[in-house]
Design a protein around this ligand. Structure first.
Ligand code: SF4
Length: 227
């Protein structure tokens, strides 16, 4: 594959894809509050649902319960469940959010945890039920940098482009981190998601309008087959 340099790849994506304030819940909360607890709550809510549902659930939670450690720790579970219904899987997500608040209440300061080496921070935070490695990586990417969190879009796009051949979360993250220098990794995560949401869809990717079509393994293979 005629491999693009990482900054050239990102430049093509920047030119083709713009995004608004409400495209990424984690980034939105981070920019407003710089509060790892709130960002973690946002990322938990965003699991397996569209961003619009996540925003709706987060705002209801803010209004009806409050998104702070004390408010969540003292609220009845049912009240949290009711508030976050628009995000789906509300029972499971409410338990995770509650467990997160209890984790902090037990004396675990999130800023201190995030300042640990990434592997230690991952080990510590994934001990909270419902907090997986991708959730931690999003928070690490925002507060610390140097990480490419891999969601379903990033995984698909990375595989199709030929940036990673793996299906393993860790291996894809490592492949992407080998390719993108540290200062481009957060942006790479966001633009690969945008590309996956809008153009490189799971079914019927829109290769004919994709800014990376001349460099993509999947598209180039398709063309060879058509000849
Ligand atoms: S060319 Fe097609 S398969 Fe490749 S990244 Fe673009 S949309 Fe996806």
């Amino acid at each position: 594959m005629p491999r693009l340099k990482p900054h050239e790849l990102l430049e093509k994506l920047r030119e083709a894809l713009t995004y608004g304030d409400e495209e990424f819940i984690a980034f939105y909360i981070f920019k407003r509050y710089r509060d790892p607890f709130k960002v973690l709550v946002g990322v938990i809510l965003s699991q397996n649902t569209a961003e619009a549902n996540t925003f709706k659930a987060y705002r209801r939670l803010e209004k009806e319960v409050g998104v702070s450690v004390d408010a969540i720790a003292s609220a009845p579970l049912e009240k949290i469940e009711e508030a976050i219904r628009p995000a789906g899987l509300w029972r499971q997500k409410a338990r995770s959010i509650k467990s997160l608040a209890e984790y902090v209440k037990r004396g675990n300061d999130l800023e201190t945890v995030l300042a640990m080496p990434p592997e230690e921070a991952r080990r510590a935070l994934t001990s909270i039920p419902g907090v997986g490695e991708k959730t931690v990586d999003v928070v690490l990417a925002l507060f610390k940098g140097g990480v490419v969190p891999v969601d379903t879009h990033v995984r698909r796009v990375a595989n199709r482009l030929g940036l990673s051949k793996s299906s393993s979360y860790r291996k894809i993250r490592e492949d992407l981190e080998r390719y993108f220098p540290s200062d481009l990794r957060l942006e790479a995560h966001m633009y690969l998601i945008l590309l996956g949401r809008r153009i490189c869809r799971a079914r019927k990717p829109l290769c004919e309008i994709c800014p990376l079509r001349s460099y993509c393994e999947y598209a180039l293979k398709g063309r060879e087959i058509q000849r």
